[in-house]
Design a binder for this molecule. Structure first.
Ligand code: PMP
Length: 347
């Protein structure tokens, strides 16, 4: 059976109409018109008007950078909103299920639980790659979405191209490739392959490489059919005016972003070299992201000791395959020196 969006969209979503404002209904509004349609405060202060619900300026810049059309983009209030919108559009509560691959990012489960959607877990293999045959065997008629996080949080590795391809091509539902960390990675994004795979959704964010976690801007790339379903259910003004302005400024300064990425990658290497010299560090996992997963002798003890020294890292010891691991975000040179100094003092 081939992928057919009609088979997986929720019935109520297929049948509903999107909210529409006067400015949606009346195309071609220009700035010199008199706007008495939206019950706004008329006194200008820069944010007295509702923001562009379709975020056209931001999308047009993103479209140029990523080489996709604007109609293939949906923006979310962080990629956390993108995850939630996907589940709400395509998964029937109390009936459908999704597949996640622990250890992975926590919000797939949180969103699924909130929406009353069953989670089927197919753990990653020891090398943190997806178990493709097990995943495809786990699919049943109510499986709507498979979440792949690549580079994976918390392990930091990219999923092999062949593994992702086999899952995307072997499944009739939607495959979300969460690429929050792709800008740090050594391989290209799956965005370039969207036209080949009608069931592929790629999720990215401005929170990591773009240095804008505070503005909350997540980006979803998919076929125009999938995007129009998500557009229909998103809150009309989900991306506020200030976020749109800041995002645009940052996208126009794309060279600065690239410089920062380079700097983080250099620091990631430096941190890795330094960590190898710490006596209680047992393993450093290869990373294609801006963090390192590190196995130590006793993660909880080291985590608490670091807190006492004023350094907060992530203790991942309770996650599957992550016993006694800590996750270190790559900081500035100064922050990384502080981390290394603290670790050395604990030897
Ligand atoms: N996906 C992954 C894999 C993440 O690690 C994170 C944030 N830690 C997100 C998504 C959420 O990002 P955002 O800030 O865009 O909501």
């Amino acid at each position: 059976m081939k992928f057919n969006l009609k088979n997986i969209i929720r019935e109520n979503v297929a049948n509903m109409k999107a909210y529409s404002s006067a400015r949606d209904e009346f195309q071609g509004a220009t700035d010199d018109m008199v706007f008495l349609d939206a019950n706004e405060n008329p006194f200008e202060n820069g944010v007295n008007r509702y923001p562009d619900p379709m975020q056209k300026t931001v999308k047009s810049e993103l479209a140029k950078i990523k080489g996709v059309a604007q109609e293939n983009i949906l923006l979310g209030n962080g990629s956390d909103e993108v995850i939630d919108l996907i589940l709400r559009a395509f998964c029937e509560p109390k009936q459908d299920n999704i597949i996640t691959l622990p250890p992975s990012y926590g919000m797939y489960d949180v969103s699924a639980n909130l929406n009353n959607i069953t989670i089927k877990e197919v753990p990653l293999k020891e090398n943190f790659q997806p178990n493709v045959s097990k995943i495809l065997e786990t699919v049943d008629e109510n499986t709507k979405v498979i979440f792949l996080c690549s580079p994976n949080n918390p392990s930091g590795n990219l999923f092999d191209y062949a593994n992702v391809k086999a899952i995307v091509e072997g499944f009739n539902g939607l495959v979300v490739v969460d690429e929050a960390y792709i800008d740090f990675a050594s391989e290209p994004s799956w965005v370039t392959r969207l036209s080949k795979h009608p069931n592929l959704i790629v999720s990215q964010t401005m929170s990591k490489a773009y240095g804008m976690a505070g503005i909350r801007l997540g980006v979803c790339y998919a076929s125009k059919e999938i995007i129009s379903v998500l557009n229909k259910i998103k809150p009309p003004y989900n991306i506020n005016e200030l976020t749109q302005q800041k995002a645009l400024e940052r996208l126009l300064a794309y060279e600065d972003v690239q410089e920062e990425i380079e700097a983080v990658l250099v620091e990631r290497d430096n941190l890795e070299i330094a960590l190898k010299e710490v006596s209680f560090v047992e393993k450093i996992y290869p990373s294609d992201a801006n963090f390192l997963l590190v196995k130590v002798d006793d993660a909880t003890k080291r985590y608490n000791q670091l807190i006492e020294k004023g350094i907060v890292v992530r203790n991942r010891t309770t996650q599957l395959l992550c016993e006694n691991t800590l996750r270190f975000t790559v900081g500035t040179i100064k922050e990384n020196i502080a981390l290394m100094k603290a670790l050395k003092e604990l030897e």
